[in-house]
Design a protein around this ligand. Structure first.
Ligand code: ACK
Length: 910
């Protein structure tokens, strides 16, 4: 099978007499299979090794190991507390020797600790049910001709069912009349292998043809190409001789060409890899290509599933299918087509199919833990149901321990509800809590740590609805921020009150900035005069520096506290100018404060003031708990919902609209220059001017431009305008949707410039809705007048977030699923929001008056609804709160989908 070295591994025991045993068992379909098993759970300190024979590397640089295994849940084994484990370790050892008899254990390098997504338990009737886990790990192997793999058991009850080892290649491909050979992917998960193509027959190089082979086996960024020689024309990726008049007359007399092109035969060797509720399908090219090279594949399945990179027109022999239901049977078909295939769908003889069952999936992590009624010994915790429960939640488990004890000793409490009263705590002690949910599929992951300190009072200090709850920001995927000291609590509480309505109000203030235009501080003769015009001088004694948090262009960035007379102490970021600066450096450094001080918007970093009268010179700004956006997203890869990501993008564009309304052009908009606070609010920062004014000579200037983020006209002839900021905004959208991936990966700046010039644009990041990618493409229009303005982008994102009040084309005439959009009349339904209809559809109409009276009359207003909000207006039953919140989510998602469908209909490829 192309792209894989599929191996049936023979496992051999490193030492005889150890715990692993070769055992034959029956699989779910009652077919006998051979397994390796170990189950030494009663004795402590186990270390039982099992290793494979030598595996040749065959030129691969990164290998993938897929392990299928079952693992027994320790809770189901009586009397094994403390000794029983639920993981094993995977190791490798590179070697040129294909027959090593003995390899010292310490020579093996660890790949990973492998845990089961599902462990199996003995059910009451004494009948064992076996649940299969599939885990894939990968590792770089570049130093020897081959390698050995080893499995170390540390006291678990495991059966290894199968081990598959493979590597990935980008398959032979023809682009721009150049052939690119079957190429092994690079050694690193982010590496791109640069490959030079060779011109097809009867063609010659127009510009050196190049492509990059990505780590996933996909070809990326074709550059250059070939052109057909005179007398030949391009057809289906090849150069064919132009017909002479003699040919034409001959052709006209013949009824059939001698060797007509045909549709391809079916793709071969379709294999599937199930990972919980997603599947990767891979296949090989058809045996017969029908005499053509323009083969494309189309994947098919019943039901609502998501294909990526796309469902049809696939050039590569691989597709990922996600959003499948847990534990459900699916049939997938892959059809092959070429330019002479008839109709829209592949016929049976042109397709191949596979049927499989998805795994059960454990629930996603619990989010939004809140603490209330904190006393010296007790606390009440409450949390929300996981975003994806993937089944009925049977119970929750709360694990907690004293922070300074780490996890050396912890306590576990189980509860069927979404709350728990924890008692018997020590006073004035910081505790760490984690909560996880369990369904029939097993436990989900624990939530991120939630910390708080008990106090010294016997009665709750914080316990009433108005100012009681330690509200932690809920991030789907379970990132919860830590709140420890009272000071932090106060700040966080203030920000916790952040609401959309309030933000709207604040934004409204800025809707009409009138004639206020940004003033370039360099127009002032005396730079200090500019600073003092726009920034407040702060006395250094009011600043208390706590720690260094980073390095900026001019010196350290610290965090600390600022206490101004008559005001509450606030947490701030402090940028300082390093010693030994020149006058020019001081001026450039302070120019940022002069610029920032002119802005006042919720999505622009706020200047608190400057220290210029003593050293070091400092700029004080509001503190952003989550630091810069690119680092933050990388840390939380895959943990946010699309709506949360779009929420961040909305904030950024709102700030950019404000800047462009003030005629300020940022010139360096990038995720690294956006800061994120604890409420996930994104703010534009970095208004340094040095990059603009540094050196006016063209060459020096170009080296300072952040090429990957900058519009072509700004690179080529320094045309910086709001439209060039729009281009950069498109790149920021891409960074956000790809969780901080580097734009254009590790391509060189020169290649980026060339690729952009040739019309190449960044592809949609994984799981990125089509409509958002379309918006990025709009921001990257070559002609800047065709790019959307920030006002337009803001409107589009708002439309995506809000429930539609505009016409949305639906695909059929069926009644809506209870996604709660009321259809009214006509074949082209107009979806109208009605709170009444929505509540009725989810059986919650008893809250109609309550919600309406509190101002929740539009889906927009519901966007920020939290459990606290509901509790405060009298919706107190947890199950009702859950139902309402889940439904709000559903409305938003269904809306995103509908917009996506609509955009797909009208999409024009670039
Ligand atoms: O990614 P980070 O943690 O966020 O590292 C950089 C570092 O300082 C150098 O710029 C952080 N930083 C800058 N300004 C602020 C701020 N206002 N609040 C919090 N962190 C900041 C930035």
């Amino acid at each position: 099978f192309r792209g894989r070295m599929a191996l049936d591994l023979r496992l051999s025991q490193v030492r005889t007499g150890v715990a692993w045993e070769e055992v034959s068992i029956m699989d779910e379909k009652n077919i006998p299979i051979r397994t390796y098993q170990v189950c030494n759970v009663m004795e402590p300190s186990q270390s039982n090794w099992l290793r494979t024979d030598w595996i040749p590397r065959s030129g691969a640089q990164r290998i993938y190991v897929e392990i299928k295994f079952t693992l027994r849940d320790c809770n189901s084994l009586p009397g094994v507390t403390g000794t029983c484990k639920e993981t094993f370790n995977l190791y490798y050892y590179e070697s040129n020797n294909d027959r090593e008899h003995y390899i010292r254990e310490s020579n093996f390098l660890k790949i990973d600790t492998v845990a089961a997504d599902e462990s199996f338990t003995q059910v009451d009737i004494g009948d064992r049910i076996m649940k299969l886990n599939t885990e894939v790990r990968n590792v770089k192997v570049t130093t020897r001709k081959g390698f050995y793999l080893a499995f170390q058991d540390v006291g678990a009850c495991i059966a290894l069912i199968s081990v598959r080892v493979f590597y990935k290649t980008c398959p032979l491909s023809i682009r721009n009349l150049a052939t690119f050979p079957d190429t092994n992917t690079g050694a690193d998960t982010s590496s791109l292998v640069e490959v030079r193509g060779s011109c097809v027959n009867q063609s010659e190089e127009r510009e050196e043809p190049k492509m990059y082979c990505g780590a996933d086996g996909e070809w990326l960024v074709p550059i250059g190409g070939c052109v057909c020689n005179p007398g030949y024309e391009e057809k289906g990726g090849a150069c064919q001789a132009l017909l002479t008049s003699a040919d034409i007359s001959k052709c006209c007399t013949e009824t059939q060409p001698k060797t007509p092109n045909k549709p391809p035969s079916a793709p071969q060797q379709l294999i599937s890899e199930v990972n919980e509720t997603s599947v990767v399908l891979e296949w090989s090219a058809p045996l017969r290509l029908g005499g053509r090279t323009d083969i494309r594949y189309k994947a098919g399945s019943l039901g609502d599933v998501l294909f990526s990179p796309q469902q049809s027109g696939l050039g590569a022999t691989r597709v990922c299918v996600s959003e499948l239901q847990a534990h459900t049977r699916y049939t997938f078909t892959i059809g092959a087509r070429n330019g002479v295939s008839q109709g829209h769908t592949a016929r049976a003889r042109e397709s191949v199919s596979v049927t499989l069952t998805t795994n059960q999936a454990a629930p996603s992590p619990v989010t939004s833990i809140q603490a209330s009624d904190v006393t010296r010994h007790d606390v009440s915790l409450a949390w929300q149901q996981p975003d994806r429960a993937n089944g009925v939640i049977l119970e929750y488990e709360v694990k907690y321990y004293e922070k300074n004890q780490k996890e050396r000793s912890y306590r576990i409490m189980k509860t069927a509800s979404r709350s728990a009263d924890i008692t018997g705590l020590n006073p004035l002690t910081v505790y760490v809590f984690h909560v996880r949910a369990r369904t029939a599929a097993g436990y989900g992951e624990f939530s991120a740590p939630f910390e708080f300190s008990t106090n010294s009072d016997p009665l709750p200090l914080i316990g009433n609805a108005a100012n009681s709850t330690l509200l932690l920001l809920s991030i789907s995927g379970g990132v919860v921020l830590l709140l420890i000291s009272t000071t932090v609590f106060i700040i966080s509480h203030r920000r916790g009150q952040y609401s959309k309505a309030k933000q709207d109000l604040e934004e409204e203030k800025h809707l009409n900035p009138g004639v206020r235009i940004y003033v370039d501080p360099f127009t002032y003769e005396d730079p200090d005069q500019a600073v003092h015009e726009f920034a407040k001088e702060i006395d250094a004694s009011n600043i208390h520096i706590e720690k260094v948090i980073g390095i900026g262009e001019f010196g350290e960035v610290c965090s600390g506290c600022l206490r101004l007379q008559g005001k509450r102490e606030i947490y701030v970021a402090i940028k300082s100018l390093k010693a030994g600066y020149t006058d020019k450096q001081r001026r450039d450094f302070l120019s940022e404060a002069s610029i920032m001080g002119q802005f006042d918007h919720p999505n622009i970093i706020r200047l608190e003031g400057v220290v210029t009268r003593c050293k070091p010179v400092m700029i004080i700004t509001e503190y952003m708990e989550n630091g810069s956006l690119n680092t933050f997203l990388r840390k939380h890869d895959g943990q946010f919902t699309v709506i949360q990501l779009v929420g961040m993008l909305r904030g950024i564009v709102s700030g950019m609209k404000y800047l462009s309304d003030m005629s300020y052009v940022h010139r360096d908009l990038a995720a690294r220059n956006i800061l994120v606070n604890s409420n996930l609010v994104c703010k534009v920062s970095d208004f340094g001017l040095s990059r603009v004014l540094e050196d006016e000579s063209e060459a020096a200037y170009t080296t300072q431009i952040p090429i990957r983020w900058t519009a072509p006209e700004a690179i080529a002839y320094r045309k910086f305008t709001p439209a060039s900021d729009t281009w950069s905004y498109g790149v920021v959208m891409w960074e956000v949707m790809s969780y901080g991936e580097r734009p254009y990966w590790d391509m060189s700046n020169q290649d980026v410039i060339k690729a952009i010039d040739e019309g190449y644009r960044l592809p949609p990041p994984m799981d990125c809705p089509v409509c958002l990618h379309q918006l990025m493409l709009d921001c990257w229009q070559r002609d800047r007048i065709h790019r959307p303005s920030f006002t337009q982008i803001l409107n589009i994102l708002d439309k995506l977030i809000r429930n539609p009040t505009t016409t949305l084309r639906r695909t059929g005439g069926e009644r809506p699923v209870p996604t709660l959009l009321e259809p009214v009349g006509g074949p082209e339904f107009v979806s109208v929001w009605s709170v009444e209809y929505w509540l009725q559809a989810i059986g919650m109409d008893m809250y109609r008056d309550t919600l309406t009276a509190a101002g929740y009359t539009s889906p927009d207003s519901l966007l920020t609804l939290t459990q606290q909000d509901m509790a405060s207006i009298g919706i107190v039953t947890p199950s009702h709160q859950d139902q309402i919140l889940a439904s709000v989510q559903q409305v938003l998602l269904s809306h995103m989908q509908q917009i996506e469908e609509q955009m797909q209909d009208s999409m024009v490829p670039v």
